[in-house]
Design a protein around this ligand. Structure first.
Ligand SMILES: Nc1ncnc2c1ncn2[C@@H]1O[C@H](COP(=O)(O)OP(=O)(O)O)[C@@H](O)[C@H]1O
Ligand SMILES: CCCC(=O)OP(=O)(O)O
Length: 360
């Protein structure tokens, strides 16, 4: 008997890009990364204001490629800042849409994934899903304490790619994911460093507006007292302060670009400020990896580097020289997110798994 072919549109809005793919079962028939100019993104006050812009970018691209969306079996988007939930595939429901629109746990482009997927799916009378959203929470209880009881630490990270890369690395190492310990460093517009202990992410920096290294467009950890003082200085509105942390922080603040390729070009041309800033970002990432090795009590099977920045060989070297004594380093540049969204959707369409119901 011939296997049924499901055609799936997958949508991955990131802070600096929108990635889309069309898959016939596991086979990718079309894939595109649309990089956005940081000035264009900065024009929007809230993520939800980018809805029409990002949706049109996707539909125009599909139209340009001559892809007929009427043949789709399902649409799947990257899941955003919802309530903390376990990993898996969730069918988009009204409560989820409301939380994505509000930004229940904050503002990030991934909030648009489920909303746009739902809009396209509705028009075709098919289902919309999200897989392993950025709020997947597997923290050990010890990791939740911040030092201020009203401010618990949160699990907000590149869950989709960290889980997908973890499974790939486990396969490459020749062991089961739930029998090894990994430190996974995803380096995109945001940067998250997760401690994966026997298949669970027991600690990770909150890569949105929490803590950790600075990134192409985020501040990461900043000295807390000085931050409070700046908030109350009367110089900035709340939204302006948030933009300093997310969107206009990190490389954007120091070098006025979130494009690491441009920074690397400037470094090659002898720009000393670009070199010093890039070195500092690598230094902070290495520090975070070191701290996650303490979380895992030194029992680390491998350190994984992934995301867009992992394409930069010199950058990987800047980090590696500080941490290569901890464990072997495996580099998986880019991400497996489109494939991971597809696989999560296929498990449901093939009835191998029931879709999870988002709690509201
Ligand atoms: N070949 C490359 N070499 C170095 N950096 C790269 C390369 N390709 C992309 N990047 C950088 O990776 C970052 C974006 O990573 P990505 O994982 O695509 O981000 P996001 O999904 O958060 O938008 C940007 O700073 C981009 O300039
Ligand atoms: C909110 C954590 C995920 C994240 O930072 O994604 P991007 O790097 O795609 O912005």
């Amino acid at each position: 008997m011939q296997r049924q072919i499901f055609r799936i549109l997958v949508i991955n809005p990131g802070s600096t890009s929108t990635k889309i793919g069309v898959f016939d079962n596991e086979t990718c028939i079309f894939e595109k990364t649309i990089r956005h100019d940081s000035n264009e993104i900065a024009k929007f006050n809230r993520v939800i204001d980018q809805y029409d812009f990002r949706k049109n970018v996707i539909l125009d691209q599909l139209d340009h490629e001559g892809i007929n969306i009427s043949k789709l079996s399902a649409v799947c988007g990257r899941g955003g800042l919802l309530r903390p939930i376990e990993g898996g595939t969730y069918e988009v429901n009204p409560g989820m849409l409301e939380d994505l629109r509000q930004g229940f746990n904050g503002e990030h482009a991934s909030n648009l994934g489920g909303i746009i997927a739902n809009e396209i799916a509705n028009g075709l009378n098919i289902s919309a899903y999200i897989v392993d959203p950025v709020v997947v929470d597997e923290f050990d209880s010890i990791a939740r304490l911040s030092g201020v009881p009203e401010i618990p630490r949160k699990s907000i990270f590149h869950a989709l790619n960290q889980k997908a890369v973890a499974r790939k690395a486990a396969k490459d190492i020749g062991k089961a994911y739930d029998q090894i310990n990994l430190i996974i460093t995803h380096m995109g517009g945001g940067i998250t460093v997760g401690a994966h202990k026997n298949g669970k992410v027991i600690d990770v920096n909150n890569g949105l507006h929490g803590d950790g290294p600075f990134s192409p467009e985020r501040a990461g950890t900043v000295p807390a007292g000085d931050l409070v003082a700046l908030c109350y200085s009367g110089q900035y509105y709340r939204d302006e302060m948030m933009k300093k942390l997310v969107g206009q922080g990190g490389l954007m603040a120091y070098l006025q670009t979130s494009d690491a390729v441009e920074v690397e070009n400037r470094i090659e041309n002898g720009d000393k400020e670009a070199t010093a800033t890039y070195e500092a970002m690598a230094y902070q990432i290495a520090k975070e990896i070191g701290s996650m090795s303490a979380v895992l009590e030194g029992k680390v099977d491998a350190i994984i580097m992934t995301g867009g920045l992992a394409y930069g060989k010199a950058f990987i070297e800047m980090i590696s020289k500080r941490i290569d004594w901890i464990a072997d380093i495996l580099v998986y540049p880019g991400e497996n997110e489109l494939q991971a969204l597809t696989e999560g959707t296929l498990r449901v369409l093939r009835k191998e798994e029931k879709p999870k119901v988002y709690p509201t």
